[in-house]
Design a protein around this ligand. Structure first.
Ligand code: SAM
Ligand code: ZN
Length: 376
């Protein structure tokens, strides 16, 4: 019997989604996968893509390599006026059949559907003349197997967006698997979300380097279920050293960004742990995020997007890693002080400090742990 499809609206687009995906705790794979909780993930994609398309000069083609029912790609076709052509690909024919019906429902006519393995699909788009201005990789689990062909299918100056949902691997539960998939290992810390994002970017940078191209991170976003990175791909080599390690001391709470392998804490001199190799450069491009804040106003997206973007802008020039107020209170054997007050105290002592989009109860600063503890 044909499983029931339900019509919902996401952004400004009507979607037909399997009923099970709305009522079951984990969205079912059959007849096709759709995750209603990834709506904000797709909202941010609309904002990032709209911002990017404003200044992109080449053919405005979107490649959705693992489309599912096409929720992201048909939203792109329907909500972003600048887009010219949208390629929608998945291995599941049922997902594609639903995607075609969604396209019809929204009267969009610039979509081309294909049933291919994602790497084959992306390889078919690796010639200069048919690369994507925007390429999305949204797999189950790790994106690492798709990075080579994803980068090769992205136009010079194009945008590559990549999702990872293998949270246990990126959080350090399986360090060997993390090293195998991302070339680096995490340390389990209160800022594990940032380490995870930097491991993904680090892996993308290593693959890009091998292909003689360069990635420039523009924006990252996460929630409880996924990490998403948005990078610009440039056909030129990266001469800046943006790979390194984060030294984390579990004794005193110090973090230190370093380009060398070293294990001695530069605050308490005890043996520390090392996360990496990972991306130690910027993870937000301040100009791009500022443009996203303007673009957000034009789109039908969740109202939380605006607040998150404001935080990204504030933290764009901050050094890596963040401090949680809970952990600091624990170290001080005191009740947690409000985030706003903590930031104010650190700024008043002459340091930089800002909230972070990666954790609502945390801040970034250029002050060291001993300086922070002295101030608060
Ligand atoms: C996380 S879902 C994609 C969700 C979709 N991008 C969205 O925003 O709703 C992953 C999709 O990848 C498809 N898939 C899995 N392995 C694939 C492969 N090797 N090549 C192409 N598609 C694949 C699955 O059928 C599934 O639809
Ligand atoms: Zn230490």
């Amino acid at each position: 019997m044909e499983p029931e499809l339900v019509e919902i609206v996401e952004g400004a687009t009507k979607l037909l989604v399997p009923k099970g995906s709305l009522v079951e705790k984990v969205p079912p794979m059959k007849p096709a996968f759709f995750n209603p909780r990834a709506r904000i993930n797709r909202d941010f994609s609309m904002i990032a893509y709209a911002t990017f398309l404003r200044t992109f000069k080449g053919p405005k083609v979107f490649l959705d390599s693992l489309s599912g029912i096409g929720a992201r790609s048909i939203r792109v076709a329907n909500e972003l006026d600048a887009i010219e052509k949208v390629f929608i690909n998945d291995v599941n024919p049922k997902a594609l059949e639903i995607a075609e019906n969604i396209a019809k429902l929204n009267n969009v006519t610039n979509c081309i559907f294909s049933e291919n393995e994602a790497c084959r699909f992306l390889s078919l788009h690796s010639k200069r003349e048919n690369r994507g201005a925007i390429v999305d990789i949204d797999p189950f689990g790790s994106p690492s197997r798709y990075l080579d062909c994803g980068i090769r299918a992205t136009f010079h100056g194009g945008l590559l967006s990549v999702t990872a949902t293998d949270l246990t691997v990126l959080h350090g539960l399986f360090p060997a698997a993390c090293k195998r998939k991302y070339y680096g290992t995490p340390v389990r810390t209160e800022y594990g979300d940032e380490i995870a994002l930097r491991l993904i970017l680090g892996c993308m940078n290593i693959v890009a380097g091998r292909l003689d191209v360069k990635i420039v991170p523009l924006f990252v976003q996460n929630n409880m279920h996924y990490y998403k990175t948005y990078v610009k791909v440039l056909v030129k080599t990266n001469n800046k050293e943006e790979m390194g390690y984060i030294l984390h001391c579990k004794n005193c709470g110090n973090r230190h960004v370093t380009s060398d392998v070293r294990y001695e804490c530069n605050v308490c001199n005890l043996k520390a742990e090392l996360a990496g190799p990972l991306w130690i450069g910027n993870i937000y491009n301040k100009n791009f995020v500022s443009e996203m804040i303007i673009e957000e106003k034009q789109l039908q997206v969740d109202k939380s997007c605006k607040k998150i973007l404001e935080r990204c802008k504030d933290e764009a020039d901050m050094p890596p890693t963040y401090f949680t107020i809970d952990k600091l209170a624990h170290m001080k054997h005191a009740a947690p002080v409000s985030l706003a007050k903590t930031i104010e105290k650190i700024q008043n002592a002459g340091f930089m400090a800002s909230a972070t989009s990666l954790n609502p109860a945390a801040f970034k600063t250029d002050a060291r742990i001993d300086e922070i503890l002295a101030v608060i």
